[in-house]
Design a protein around this ligand. Structure first.
Ligand code: SF4
Length: 820
């Protein structure tokens, strides 16, 4: 039975991206308009009449959450994805986006074969090649581009001339092991600096970790900027929203837009963009001034609180001061601070998801963490918890040392640059020729910088500047169109990924298993890397031999074969085992054969699962009995009389002395080392870091939507059915004054670019801001269904970075708008 899910017709057997067949065929434009199919939406769901039925537990990859799914295979076709009730993290839920994962597998536009560029960079002319030919092109180049061997020879074996980036994913580590540990480059950038970098670092430096918000048990939640009801509908999102609106949890939403999350809140506080820090400092002021924080917890667990208290009071961060900056009434600020502390320790200032907003973002996250901790709601039920992680066995790698590889180039881009780098800082260092050496090659895995990094024009320049660009992906994204060589990865339903341990109050190990053999000539990343490593290993070692005096000496002492093999220069040695073998080893080493069998059968394993797991009703499960959960894991002086008395007030339980993973073992209010790097050691408001909005202009803001995962699912027709394009949110009165009506085309222009988009005049946004959702505006001709839908935010977002960790400050761009 074919399920017709749309008015639109089924697309039969055609592909958007036809391939030049064989190397002897003359060059044609792979993505020429003539080759494009008519733009129709199509679904491939079929169920009900199968001769052969197979159910395979796996993990969703439609967003970062990794919910457990059971794939239904009928006569070799994946026809349905259902939730897997065994996994405590996903609680028998698979959201609409997870259900649409089936279309990631059957997307007609998928990359199907290795491709090598035969036209100009960016013009979409490629030819189909074998995997060996693709690896050969990477090693030795073609008449169109240089290969790794020539680049490394010219750079005298400075391996860091090869830049590389990756999006979040379970195989990101495998790719990084190859690029960093085996190939030897220090120049890695990933999604952290456009995502969670400031909040993860802010919380880690303050309370010892980012933790998880226990939304299931919190009684009071302040959610600022995070749009959980709309942007990421995960099981913990549902934990919260099934308890809002008088059902146990009070929700305060602070957001310049009236979002779906705001519509579920007890109170919505519209805030001036970029002023959240002032709001949190004023909450802190109220808690101190009115003496309503958890004094015992602070006394036992805070470092530098007296200094911080003094700083907050003498800086006069009063609600009246904050009202002028944030636009939130002082009386509301007072009320929120009082209600939060009254509900504490079951009170959370939600840490935030994508937090690359403003230049003051790092101090904001520190201030949030301190304010939450002042209520005592850290490392305890209903607060921010750290949870437990089940250990896995080890898989060791033999890593070579390259004497000529240099340190990463973006160290000066911000005060603290970690291993994930600053994407904007890194790119701009190359473009502005400020790097200590040239970065001449770029490997891209599962990331689409052309659409995900602010200022697309500069990202395009970056790829144009590179001698060699290699893209590993499942889809012909805008970034793939800038590649010299494209290596097609199979989709998540076609591969086994590294086994993963999920730490939480209810920890578990889960496995993404292969549901179906790879379609087309595609491979999982571990096999892609293995083939590439086998091809380039010896020739690149020849270059190392020529330029690396340490290696020359070692060869004199021990002989070439010994150095090549024993010192890790055989780049393929880390990838000889299959993913399945590695996973088995890592589970069996710690938990034994039976545990591994359970993992394969159920997709999930944790000790005592057979005793703990229970189905309670139709859609209600127990994964761990309450008393077996790990809400509190931080070690400390447990005062047994308090700890074991279940009648004791919760505020008393929160006064345990903890040993947090911070330098002092306490909540760090003051970080003197930051001052040495020019960063305020305590959260402080800095007027000079705030971007004012000139008369007649707007501050542009962006966000996510649960139907799309950044821009990676923009071609998924099941999801496009739910939201085919994005619209510009513009305040209704502002729109009227400019003669803009719903559906009118408008131009939004910033210093770095301009886009055209349809208008959505609404009262749900204030007069100072414009907004549209990220994930649209793809330009690749290979994306039949995504191309030309709406607009891309990063075409207009300026490349401004926050100065502490070099994250993108995505809400600092000033724009103007006009009807076109
Ligand atoms: S939240 Fe949805 S898209 Fe994300 S992993 Fe879970 S089911 Fe998949």
């Amino acid at each position: 039975m074919q399920i017709e899910m749309s008015r639109r017709k089924f697309l039969q057997g055609t592909v958007a991206m036809s391939i030049v067949g064989g190397s002897a065929v003359s060059a044609t434009n792979l993505l020429a308009k003539d080759d494009k199919v008519e733009k129709k939406l199509t679904f491939t769901t079929k169920t009900g009449e199968a001769k052969e039925l197979k159910l395979v537990p796996t993990l969703c990859e439609m967003c970062v959450n990794k919910c457990a799914a059971i794939a239904r295979m009928e006569d070799g076709v994946v026809t349905k994805l259902d939730p897997n009730p065994m996994f405590p993290k996903s609680k028998n839920m698979l959201c609409p986006r997870g259900n649409a994962g089936i279309q990631a597998l059957y997307d007609p536009d998928r990359l199907k074969y290795p491709l090598v560029r035969i036209g100009e960079k960016g013009d979409g002319k490629y030819k189909r090649v074998t995997w060996d030919e693709a690896y050969e092109a990477i090693l030795n180049g073609t008449d169109r581009f240089k290969g790794l061997a020539a680049i490394l020879e010219e750079e005298e074996d400075n391996r860091s001339t090869i830049g590389y980036c990756a999006g979040e994913g379970m195989a990101e580590h495998t790719y990084k092991v190859f690029m960093q540990d085996k190939l030897g480059s220090s120049n890695f950038v990933n999604h952290a600096s456009i995502c969670l970098q400031t909040t993860v670092s802010g919380y880690a430096l303050t309370i010892g970790g980012y933790g998880q918000a226990d939304l299931e048990n919190a009684n009071y939640v302040i959610m600022a900027g995070a749009n959980r009801a709309e942007a990421i509908v995960t099981p913990d999102t549902m934990d919260l929203f099934k308890r809002t609106k008088g059902r146990g949890a009070k929700l305060i939403v602070v957001d310049p837009r009236f979002t779906n999350t705001a519509s579920h809140a007890d109170k919505w506080l519209p805030i001036e963009v970029g002023t959240d820090l002032a709001f949190v400092l004023a909450l802190t002021y109220v808690a101190i001034e009115e003496n309503i924080y958890n004094k015992k917890f602070v006394e036992l667990n805070f470092n530098g609180f007296e200094e911080y208290k003094e700083h907050i009071l003498t800086s006069k961060y009063t609600p009246e001061w904050a009202e002028k900056i944030t636009g939130i009434r002082a009386s509301d600020i007072r009320q929120v601070a009082r209600d939060f502390m009254a509900a504490a320790p079951r009170a959370i200032y939600y840490q935030g998801r994508r937090t690359a907003w403003s230049k003051q973002d790092f101090q904001l996250r520190r201030a949030q963490a301190i304010f939450s901790a002042m209520g005592g709601g850290i490392d305890r039920e209903g607060g921010i918890i750290f949870g437990k992680k089940l250990p896995l066995g080890k898989h060791n790698i033999n890593t070579p040392m390259y004497d000529n590889a240099q340190e990463r180039i973006d160290k000066k881009a911000a005060a603290i640059i970690g291993g994930s780098g600053s994407w904007i800082g890194w790119r701009n260092t190359i473009l502005e020729e400020k790097a200590a050496y040239p970065v001449r090659s770029m490997f891209v895995y599962k990331q689409n910088p052309m659409l995900s990094i602010p200022n697309t024009a500069k990202t395009k320049q970056l790829f144009e500047k590179m001698d060699l660009v290699v893209v590993i992906d499942t889809m012909p994204s805008d970034t793939a169109m800038m590649a010299d060589v494209i290596l097609p990865e199979c989709t998540y339903l076609e591969r086994e990924d590294p086994v993963k341990s999920f730490g939480s109050a209810q920890p578990a190990i889960a496995l993404r298993q292969k549901v179906i053999d790879p379609m087309y000539d595609t491979k999982p990343v571990i096999e892609i890397i293995r083939g590439l490593a086998e091809k380039v290993s010896r020739p690149l070692f020849e270059i190392t031999k020529k330029f690396d005096s340490e290696v020359q000496d070692a060869i004199k002492e021990r002989g070439e074969e010994s150095v090549y093999k024993e010192d890790g220069f055989d780049l393929a040695d880390a990838f000889r085992h299959s993913q399945e073998e590695i996973n088995k080893h890592m589970v069996v080493e710690k938990y034994g054969e039976e545990a591994y069998k359970t993992l394969l059968k159920e997709g999930v394993y944790y000790p005592n699962m057979d005793k703990f797991w229970k189905q309670i009703s139709n859609n209600e499960f127990q994964w761990y009995p309450k008393k077996e959960r790990f809400y509190s894991v931080v070690e400390g002086e447990f005062k047994s009389d308090v700890f074991h008395d279940t009648c004791v007030d919760e505020k008393e339980i929160a006064v345990l002395k903890k040993e947090f993973k911070t330098p002092s073992g306490k909540v760090e209010c003051v970080l003197p080392n930051l001052a040495k790097r020019g960063v305020s050691p305590m959260p402080s408001w800095d007027d000079t870091q705030f971007t004012q909005i000139p008369e007649g202009k707007f501050k542009f803001i962006t966000g996510r939507h649960a139907q799309f995962t950044q821009n990676s699912s923009s071609n998924n027709v099941m999801l496009l059915e739910l939201m085919p394009e994005n619209y510009l949110w513009i305040n209704k009165r502002v729109a009227e004054s400019k003669g803009i009506k719903f559906g009118d085309n408008v131009e939004v222009k910033s210093k770095v670019g301009q886009i055209t988009i349809k208008a959505y005049p609404t009262e749900k946004i204030g007069p100072n801001n414009l907004f549209f959702i990220h994930g649209f505006g793809a330009d690749s001709d290979g994306l039949t269904f995504a191309k030309g839908n709406g607009a891309a935010d990063n075409h207009i977002i300026e490349d401004i970075i926050e100065p502490v960790f070099g994250s993108a400050a995505m809400h600092e761009t000033i724009v103007e708008v006009r009807k076109v």
